[in-house]
Design a protein around this ligand. Structure first.
Ligand code: ADP
Length: 402
């Protein structure tokens, strides 16, 4: 009888040891003899398998969230009362939130942009929301909300600032081109009507024809500049092994300048002796166009009697500079930052009168940037202007004398 009691007590104690371990099943299960040992071993095995499966699932979830987090588009999960359950770093950046601190906060308490708050409370998510966001509302976000589960929401955000800017630029560009073409076309149409309906003397006919040809030329210039811009924009990076002699370029530019000025200005071209062997790499026609545009501007804007100095110089670091200085009217400082924008004119009527398209400096800036250089402009009203192309050392070399 007493031995049965002893066995029963020992058995109970073993059971308690197993129970104790099961309460917090960490580490190895207690080693017990007989059935308790077998039970402990099997339980430990089942727990280990469960733990492995849970770890695998946790890793998968972490990987999944890391993948979503890597997306440039923002993802935010909201619960039924719009508290943030999870937010990707892109979404945190888009909405100006903290990825960790703001969890479980109501999103509309943190993102106070009225359009966003209204969109979320409206509950009509068929169309995405476009709204300004970020510091100083300078960025534009596109936000999609997709309800799922039991009142939960998936919020997707995309930074469309660049796209919006490009769209605006495209619209402005088309409007500007249409405006630029409409004016000479209207004038031409008027002259054609005059010629068709009115009996003109020979002198009047000649005058009308000359005015018509001026307008046609204006359109030709515009189309030609537009084509140049389109070609530059659409072509690959200029080659670095296509070399052109600077002396040849300067000769051509000087020739064109003489033709354009027709003796009305003092033109000075300076290419110091060591620079005569200088060569630059890239697209020759683009270099000619950039340099030619600066010289032709100086001639067009400088009144008769003024002087224009064109200089090529090299710097101690191996780079080079092409500079055009004129004694023209100069440009007020408020115009300088916008001068290279397409169709921007500091003095609209003078530019048009002299055959300007408003595209010259945009072409120059595009060309020099594509070649890794820089356009610098300094000017003083009443004194004149200085336009300098800074050519990087990587695109400058000196030929060995023949
Ligand atoms: P445009 O065809 O009108 O000359 P550009 O892009 O070449 O167009 O130049 C933009 C504007 O910059 C011009 O309309 C003119 O107002 C100003 N500008 C350019 N070069 C000079 C210069 N050398 N002197 C004075 N103003 C200039």
């Amino acid at each position: 009888m007493s031995s049965v009691l002893v066995i029963s007590v020992v058995d109970t104690l073993r059971g308690h040891r197993l129970l104790d371990w099961l309460r917090v099943p960490e580490g190895v299960a207690p080693t017990l003899p007989g059935m308790w040992g077998e039970l402990a071993h099997r339980m430990q095995r089942v727990l280990q398998l469960r733990e492995m499966a849970t770890n695998q699932e946790r890793d998968r979830l972490a990987q999944f969230l890391a993948a979503i987090d890597a997306s440039p588009n923002g993802v935010m999960l909201l619960d039924a009362s719009d508290h943030i359950d999870w937010i990707s770093s892109a979404a945190a950046d888009h909405f100006g939130l903290n990825q960790h601190r703001d969890i479980q906060q109501r999103v509309t308490n943190l993102v106070r942009q009225p359009a966003f708050v209204e969109y979320l409370s409206n509950g009509n998510f068929t169309e995405p929301l476009k709204c300004p966001m970020g510091h100083g509302s300078k960025n534009c976000l596109q936000v999609y909300v997709r309800p799922y589960g039991d009142g939960l929401k998936l919020v997707l955000s995309q930074d469309i600032t660049e796209r919006e800017r490009a769209d605006t630029m495209r619209r402005d560009f088309v409007a500007n081109v249409s405006h630029e073409i409409r004016t000479p076309l209207t004038v031409l149409a008027g002259f054609i009507e005059t010629m068709a309906t009115l009996p003109l003397t020979e002198a009047e006919r000649a005058r009308v024809l000359s005015l018509m040809s001026q307008q046609a030329e204006r359109m030709q210039h515009l189309v030609s500049d537009l084509l140049t811009l389109a070609q530059i924009e659409g072509s690959p990076r200029p080659p670095s092994n296509n070399w052109t002699g600077v002396s040849k370029l300067m000769d051509r530019i000087e020739n064109d300048a003489q033709g354009l000025s027709r003796g009305r200005h003092t033109l000075m071209f300076s290419l110091p002796q060591p620079c005569k062997l200088c060569e630059i790499s890239g697209v020759e026609s683009e270099w000619l166009s950039a340099m030619g545009n600066l010289v032709s501007n100086a001639i067009r804007y400088t009144p008769e009697g003024g002087s224009i100095t064109v200089t090529w110089s090299s710097t101690p670091e191996g780079s080079a500079e092409f500079s055009v200085r004129d004694t023209g009217p100069g440009i007020a400082s408020e115009h300088l930052p916008r001068l290279t924008e397409r169709f921007y004119r500091a003095d609209g009527s003078r530019s048009r009168d002299t055959g300007g398209t408003g595209l010259g400096l945009s072409i120059v800036k595009h060309v020099i940037q594509r070649h890794g250089g820089e356009l610098r402009i300094t000017s003083e009203v009443g004194k004149g202007s200085n336009f300098t192309l800074h050519v990087p050392a990587s695109r400058v070399r000196y030929a060995t004398p023949a």
